[in-house]
Structure formats: structure tokens, C-alpha cells
Design a protein around this ligand. Structure first.
Ligand SMILES: *Cc1c(COP(=O)(O)O)cnc(C)c1O
Length: 448
């Protein structure tokens, strides 16, 4: 089938996620036909450096024959069995241990799902189950943040704080959103550290407003990903931890993007020295080669969950799917061979040396990075932080010019974001940054 035929059947039969379908049907989708290392190829032959690791998941790039072999071998040995009704199988048990071994010390139990969204739905169930077990069933309120992304199921999207998503469905009740620690976007008089404390204390205010005996949990991404790589000021997380401890509410850290190495630590909770009750993971756990997610549960929460005398009435047919678990075990094994250290040292340094220098471009109001994620704020005026007209148009223009420059960057409004794979080396980060600069030049020519 040629590209046009493919686009035609796609337009006729495929309903795309996060896409304006009518618009894309007119233009024709971009067909990605194959991939190699850190590069993806369009069916027309155009080669792109994938600055987004797929959707933040192919952290080891696209060429990992050992993961492929593990998948193939598992299909021969045990292609499927479930983990319901008193059964387990070797890969699910081994993976639960392998993840526990790498997580903060006090998290030692894993509930498996097929995605990050399902993991966030599951954590709502586990939070309720915990407070029921503690004899406080009235603790049901969950506090989350504006502009958070926690997935796209009803539960995940309700926890998330994206207005454009909430407009399209009826959200779950008793989920409350507080301000995000987005210092650049707030354009505030406060210093970043003051602003970090100020936004963290929004949690305390909300707990007092709802009544502390009504609040079950707080959920947040360590660094907001889809919201625009929003890196909280250093003062933020210690204050959040203090408040959760003080009021005895559960802390859920959604590490779907940051888990498994993106900060140069296995988990961002270790990087920020946070002590979560639950860690949500997905994406990078299988290098994106199989769908898998899950909820890590702390010992103190596990103790309560295990104290119930009846069954946990929750689970998925594919919870702990053996093929996905096999892919994950090999992914963790490969990551253990020096990649986490490489992100923490060589790649973090390369980002600071090259990516931050993009702040010199006339279109860039702020360049920021942490570990192996980066963002650029596109502005019309650097000193006032005034944005371009068109509500996200500058981002769209820059995303398209980036593709022209051979680089996949994503736009969130007028914020450009990247999360490149760990297989890059310093010279690749330099190359990526040069392509980004070129993309900015092209975008500037269009925007001014
Ligand atoms: C992608 C993402 C999710 C949702 O994961 P899916 O596998 O797409 O369901 C949840 N939380 C965060 C932080 C994410 O980035």
C-alpha cells in the first residue's frame, strides 16, 4: 500500500487519540514506518531525531534486540496467564521484586495495570480501600493540581487538571485542584523559592478548607510533563512532604514519565528525596515496547490493605501480563548497565551546557532542564514575557519547523518540550540543540 492509500484508510476508519480528526483527515496523517536507535522514519523517507522518546517511553531508543528476544521467548514459554484468584507466574513475581529493589526502600509491593491511566484509576481505589481499612471511610477527597496530567480514563482525567479535557466529560466528584508551581508562567514578583513555598502551601489551605478528616490524598507529578515540563522550585517538594506528614494524608507521586531513570535516579522521588505512599509508573518500564503500568505501594499502606478480610475487588485481565513483564525485566536489566548514571552525569551536564544556551535565542523567554527533560518558553517579548497572539500558535509553528529541521519536539501551548532517549551521548545533545535553534529561527521568520 502506498502512503496516500494508507492515509485514506486511516482517515476512513481510524479514530485518533488527542487529534482533531477532521483537520488531520484533510491534511493526511504523518505515517511513521520504522525506527532505529534514536531516530524515526516517515514513510516518505524523512528521518527525524526523536527528541520525545516516542511519548516519553522509548528511553533506550527503538533498537533493543534483547527486549525483543525476551518478548519472543516469553511468547513461547507462557504467552498469557492472569494473576487473579490466587495465581501468579514467574515474570510477574520477578518484576514486582525487581521494581521494589529499585524503588525507595519503603515501597515493596506492586499492583500491575496496562497503562498509566489505569494505574491512576487503581490508586483511587487503593486510597479508598486504605482509609476504609483505617476506619476513616469519610476520607475521600483527593487534592491534585491544575494543569496536571494523570491520564485519560475518567479517573485519570479527573485527577488531571487540564481544563480542555474536563470540558469534554463529566469529571468524578470530590477531586480538588490547587495551583501548580509554574514560576515562569505565573510572572510573579516572588522569587522561585518563595513561589515554591507559596504554591505548596496552597495544599495546606485546601486541606483546612475541606477539613483534614475529609482529605484522603494528594497526587502530583514530580515535574509536570505534558503540562509543559514544569520544574518546581527546590523549596516545593520539602514543603509538600511536610504538609502531607502533618495532616496524615497519603502522597501519590505520578512517576509515569520520571520513573526508571529520567532524572538520573531510578525514581524522581529519590532525586527529590520525597517519601511517597504510592508511586505510579508506566511508559519507560517496558521501554514502550509493551503496554504496562502499575502502582507501587508503601509498607505502611500495604499493611492496611492486607488487613482487610475480604478480596480486593479490583483488577484487569492483563494485570501483570507475562509478555509485558518479560519486556520490563529486560528493560530494567539494560537500564542497570550504566544508563541511570549516564543520565545523572554526562547527559544532565550536556543538557545544562547546550539546552540552557537556547535562552539566548530571541524567541526564548526561558530555557530550563532537569536530568533529561527540557523546555523552552516561546515569547514575543523577553522582558515582559508577553506571548504571541493565537493561544498556542507559536508552539504549533515551532513544532512544525522543528520537524523541518529533523527533530521531534512537542509543543504544549507556547512551551516547547523534549525528553530525549538515554542512548544519546553528549555530541547528540549538541546536535539536538542545534536543530532546535534552527527550528526557532524558522519559527521566528514566520511569527514576526
Ligand atoms: C502518560 C501519562 C499518564 C497516562 O499514561 P497512559 O499509559 O497514557 O495511560 C499518566 N501520568 C503521567 C504523568 C503521564 O505522563
Amino acid at each position: 500500500m502506498n502512503i496516500t492509500e494508507l492515509q485514506q484508510i486511516d482517515a476512513a476508519h481510524h479514530l485518533h487519540p488527542f487529534t482533531n480528526q477532521a483537520d488531520i483527515n484533510r491534511k493526511g496523517t504523518r505515517v511513521i514506518s520504522h525506527a532505529e536507535g534514536a531516530y524515526i522514519f516517515e514513510a516518505n523517507g524523512h528521518k527525524l531525531l526523536d527528541g520525545m522518546s516516542g511519548l516519553w517511553c522509548c528511553n533506550l531508543g527503538y533498537t533493543q534486540p534483547r527486549i525483543n528476544q525476551a518478548i519472543a521467548a516469553q511468547l513461547e514459554e507462557l504467552p498469557y496467564y492472569n494473576t487473579f484468584f490466587q495465581c501468579t507466574h514467574p515474570r510477574a513475581a520477578e518484576l514486582a521484586k525487581a521494581i521494589s529493589d529499585r524503588a525507595p526502600e519503603h515501597l515493596n509491593r506492586v499492583f500491575f495495570t496496562n497503562s498509566g491511566s489505569e494505574a491512576n484509576d487503581s490508586v483511587i481505589r487503593l486510597i479508598h480501600r486504605y482509609w476504609d481499612g483505617k476506619g476513616h471511610p469519610q476520607r475521600k477527597a483527593i487534592i491534585a493540581r491544575q494543569n496536571a496530567y494523570h491520564g485519560s480514563t475518567i479517573g485519570g482525567a479527573s485527577l488531571g487538571g487540564m481544563g480542555f479535557m474536563h470540558e469534554q466529560f463529566e469529571t468524578l466528584g470530590n477531586i480538588h485542584h490547587i495551583a501548580q508551581p509554574y514560576w515562569y508562567g505565573a510572572n510573579t514578583e516572588l522569587s522561585p523559592e518563595e513561589f515554591g513555598l507559596y504554591t505548596a502551601r496552597e495544599l495546606e489551605k485546601k486541606i483546612q478548607e475541606l477539613g483534614e478528616d475529609k482529605v484522603a490524598a494528594f497526587i502530583a507529578e514530580p515535574i509536570q510533563g505534558a503540562g509543559g515540563v514544569i520544574i518546581p522550585p527546590d523549596s516545593y517538594w520539602p514543603e509538600i512532604q511536610r504538609i502531607c506528614d502533618r495532616y496524615g494524608i497519603l502522597l501519590v507521586v505520578d512517576e509515569v514519565i520520571f520513573g526508571f531513570g529520567r532524572t538520573g535516579h531510578w525514581f524522581a522521588s529519590q532525586f527529590y528525596n520525597i517519601s511517597p505512599d504510592f508511586i505510579i509508573f508506566a511508559k519507560g518500564v517496558t521501554n514502550g515496547f509493551q503496554p504496562l503500568g502499575g502502582v507501587m505501594v508503601s509498607d505502611r499502606v500495604s499493611d492496611v490493605l492486607l488487613s482487610h478480610s475480604n478480596d480486593l475487588a479490583h483488577g484487569f485481565t492483563y494485570s501483570g501480563h507475562p509478555v509485558a513483564c518479560a519486556a520490563a525485566l529486560t528493560t530494567l536489566e539494560i537500564l542497570s548497565e550504566g544508563y541511570i548514571d549516564k543520565v545523572r552525569t554526562e547527559l544532565t551536564q550536556a543538557m545544562e551546557d547546550y539546552w540552557l544556551a537556547l535562552a539566548d535565542h530571541p524567541l526564548v523567554g526561558e530555557a530550563r532542564c532537569k536530568g533529561l527533560v527540557g523546555a523552552l518558553e516561546l515569547v514575543k517579548d523577553k522582558s515582559s514575557r508577553e506571548r504571541f497572539a493565537g493561544n498556542g500558535r507559536a508552539g504549533t509553528v515551532c513544532r512544525d519547523s522543528s520537524l523541518q529541521s529533523g527533530l521531534v519536539m512537542r509543543a504544549t501551548g507556547d512551551t516547547m518540550i523534549i525528553a530525549p532517549p538515554f542512548i544519546l551521548d553528549r555530541s547528540h545533545v549538541k546536535d539536538l540543540t542545534e536543530r532546535a535553534w534552527q527550528a526557532l529561527d524558522l519559527a521566528q521568520a514566520q511569527l514576526r
